[in-house]
Design a protein around this ligand. Structure first.
Ligand SMILES: [Zn+2]
Length: 350
């Protein structure tokens, strides 16, 4: 069995990991992403892979997680917030440069895969991996394999409408995808920061200065200190999260939901969600486990290294090869800059 190299190609850094036969890390290092420079990005990935291959001294598989998707129609990267890789044949260019096959996958799917294989949800038959960060992404893993789906939409939930919207949640904020009131517009970090910045009792507080830049940490810290208005804002966030995850449970009924991304560090989520989501789930009891990720920021690169552990065909549909693990026409990505572009309709609240 070849050793496994995983690459997490992010917008600000590129990380590599080398796993031995037992899954132990033999190398982990990162370099800054050459932003706005496609050729430089290819060269940086090649540099890291060659460093790992040299250390391994034998054949290695190479898996790469990207903040975007590869179109199954064109084979080109689309919907990536690292815009300089959009429209590029990233996988083929890397294969040519490296002289070996590579597998490229959406980063949220890599996260879910990593946590399902040997992370927080190890041993669980079905896992929904969620990223709550700059954007809202997700991936579904069933018996250790990513559920791509016939439309490549497996795990995509960030651009469904917020379930059970209250009067003041309709039609909801406009989303970059063209719709209004998408789950992502309520549950991302910038969304929570927006809600805090708009609250009349919080507006102007120095602790929330960063909220105007989409940073939600201030409101979480204030709520932790018991500030009533911050507690109120966070309470609304938790209820929206409960509704949104309940709708996933009602369809997928996963054994475990693993949270990642910056907002997964809110301790209250793990106490409150199991108390709250029961009212929205069509069952007398909810046995789904809500778990904090085990691998943290490393989930992406570890999941990428695992891409070659997967069989050639994606589970359930049997159509796309695993190299097409990214959503054709849509992305499960954690970035807030990706997804299908649809014609705007209706009037949004903001
Ligand atoms: Zn949307």
């Amino acid at each position: 069995m070849p050793l496994r190299i995983g690459i997490d190609l992010g917008g600000t850094k590129i990380e590599v990991v080398l796993l031995d036969d037992a899954g132990r890390e033999q190398l982990r290092t990162r370099i800054a992403t050459p932003r706005e420079d496609y050729e430089g990005t290819i060269a940086a990935v090649v540099q890291l892979v060659e460093q790992a291959r040299k250390l391994a001294g034998r054949t290695c598989s190479v898996g790469i997680g990207i903040p975007g998707a590869v179109s199954s129609e064109t084979g080109l990267v689309k919907n990536a917030n690292s815009t300089w890789i959009i429209g590029r044949a990233l996988d083929r260019d890397l294969e040519r440069a490296l002289g070996q096959p590579v597998r490229v996958a959406n980063d949220a799917n890599c996260f879910a895969l990593s946590e399902a294989i040997d992370g927080a949800a190890a041993g669980c038959q079905s896992v929904f991996g969620v990223i709550l960060g700059t954007g809202v992404g997700g991936g579904l893993v069933f018996e250790g394999r990513v559920l791509v789906g016939v439309n490549g939409l497996g795990g995509e939930w960030g651009h469904n409408p917020l379930p059970c919207p209250l009067d003041d949640e309709r039609p909801g904020p406009r989303c970059y995808c063209g719709r209004c009131g998408c789950i992502e517009t309520w549950l991302s970090g910038p969304a929570l920061a927006r809600e805090a910045a708009a609250d009349p009792d919080l507006r102007g507080l120095s602790a929330l200065a960063r909220a105007r830049d989409g940073d939600a940490r201030g409101v979480v810290e204030l709520a932790g200190c018991g500030h009533p208005a911050a507690v109120r804002v966070l309470d609304r966030y938790l209820d929206r999260l409960a509704r949104s995850l309940a709708s996933v449970i009602n369809i997928v009924d996963p054994h475990a939901i693993v949270l990642g991304g910056g907002l997964s560090n809110i301790d209250l989520i793990y106490e409150e969600l199991p108390r709250r989501w029961g009212r929205y789930v069509f069952s007398d009891t909810v046995r789904t486990q809500l778990l904090r990720n085990r691998h943290g920021d490393s989930s992406g690169v570890l999941g990428a290294a695992r891409l070659w552990d997967l069989p050639q065909a994606a589970v359930c549909d049997g159509v796309p090869a695993v190299s097409d693990i990214q959503a054709p026409g849509a992305s499960n990505s954690a970035s807030g800059q990706r997804g299908r572009t649809v014609k705007p309709s209706g009037t949004c609240a903001t």
